[in-house]
Ligand binder design. Structure first.
Ligand code: SF4
Ligand code: SF4
Length: 404
């Protein structure tokens, strides 16, 4: 696809990167077949090819309208289209680059801006844990429509002192320690069983994904720099990997190198961080998984998050670990499609998000599983809000096996 850049974008890194990405698109439209929003809405502009044309228009005219913004907002950034695309179009990066420019050229109404600001500050601020605890306490008195979004509290269990002779770093995450502290505790126990000592850096926080997906590039890059600084001493002291228990964070940390490539101070460090980052399933599946014991549940459905299968290209690892533990993995329809969580999408595009959730729950339950497992907190909370079958992180299931 040829792009005639508007003069204002000529010679800019934005113009170069976006036109390089667009240059690979041959407008074949294969991607529309696997796009969840196109499947729901049937509008070309709600599919990847249509959105690509909207970005092309933006690049050529330096103009954006409400139409541009609405259709880009409806995109889940699930990157299913990237998996399908035969030309290797880096669609996710294209949208990430375009969103802040669209916001600048066609500012959002005040109410929308306020809602987004509140969302970020609520989730990343010091009040999140407290408000969540309050919501959990009052859950029984709240209307069902609100209560379903408040995750239940589960016991964390004892996290043993690790005396492993190997060391990894783990990102605790921003909302995960408050919403589901049992996940990281389970990961620590399983890794301890594999003789791996887990370190966390107190100063590390949100991976930056939350701000990045809302088009707030500068605060997102600051969060990334802060994490790199927080991890650097452990990296220099020889940790073997940075292990992610949430695939939504993993996909972003894996892109630190790309995202900070123009930062002369952080580019090399960011590249090293990205190269060292692995999803927990990649790390565990390379170990002696048979030593982790057998699980009691047999019929298990696995929901592979988009950030794992499309964003990171990690496929088959969780399945391998579950099968080694004795699970009978049940089939699920349309496993490539998003559940509708997609970070803040479930709040900002709640109608589409619920339609995707209903479809996903039906697809996951088609073969009557005893349990649904996934690999990302956002998907877990979203699925649990409407699923008749219990939902867990897969590491919790492995941790529950008698031998671990
Ligand atoms: S599949 Fe790839 S090349 Fe074809 S229209 Fe979609 S993005 Fe463009
Ligand atoms: S990222 Fe997902 S929702 Fe967005 S265009 Fe691609 S397939 Fe569709």
């Amino acid at each position: 696809m040829h792009v005639q850049l508007a003069s204002a974008f000529e010679g800019t890194s934005f113009g170069k990167e976006t036109s390089d990405i667009l240059g690979k698109c041959v407008h074949c439209g294969f991607c529309t077949a696997t796009c969840p929003t196109y499947q729901l809405l049937g509008d070309e502009l709600d599919g990847p090819r249509g959105r690509i044309y909207l970005v092309k228009q933006l690049l050529e005219t330096k103009e954006a309208s409400k139409i541009t913004r609405v259709h880009l907002d409806r995109c889940l950034t699930c990157r299913s289209c990237e998996t399908t695309c035969p030309s290797g179009v880096d669609y996710g990066r294209l949208v990430e680059l375009a969103r802040p420019v669209v916001d600048e050229l066609c500012p959002r109404p005040v109410f929308e801006r306020l809602a987004r600001w509140l969302l970020v500050h609520l989730m990343l601020g010091p009040w999140f844990g407290l408000l969540l605890r309050l919501g959990q306490t009052l859950r029984g008195f709240l209307p069902e429509s609100l209560a379903r979004h408040i995750p239940k509290r589960y016991p964390v269990g004892i996290v043993p002192e690790s005396h492993g002779n190997r060391r990894v770093l783990m990102l605790d995450g921003c909302v995960q320690p408050a919403m589901a502290p049992q996940i990281n505790a389970a990961a620590r126990r399983v890794l301890a069983k594999l003789n791996v000592d887990v370190r966390s850096a107190n100063q590390a926080g949100c991976c930056g994904a939350l701000q990045l997906h809302l088009g707030n590039t500068d605060p997102a890059l600051d969060a990334m720099r802060r994490n790199i600084d927080a991890w650097w001493t452990e990296i220099e002291n020889g940790v073997e990997a940075i292990v992610m228990t949430a695939s939504g964070c993993g996909v972003t940390v894996r892109e630190y190198g790309q995202l900070l490539k123009n930062d002369p101070i952080y580019c090399e460090k960011a590249k090293r961080v990205s190269e060292m980052t692995v999803d927990l399933s990649e790390f565990v599946s390379a170990e002696d998984v048979a030593s982790l014991g057998r699980i009691s549940q047999r019929r298990v459905a696995f929901h592979s998050p988009c950030t794992l299968q499309h964003g990171q290209g990690v496929r088959g690892k969780v399945e391998r670990i579950l099968k080694a533990a004795g699970a009978d993995l049940v089939s699920t329809r349309d496993s490539h499609l998003c559940c509708g969580a997609a970070g803040t999408y479930s709040v900002l595009q709640s109608e589409l998000s619920i339609r995707l959730l209903d479809q996903k729950i039906s697809d996951l339950n088609q073969d009557g599983p005893e349990l649904i497992v996934t690999a990302n907190l956002g998907c877990l909370a979203h699925l649990a809000s409407g699923s008749p079958t219990p939902v867990q992180h897969w590491i919790e299931l492995i941790d529950s096996s008698p031998a671990s």
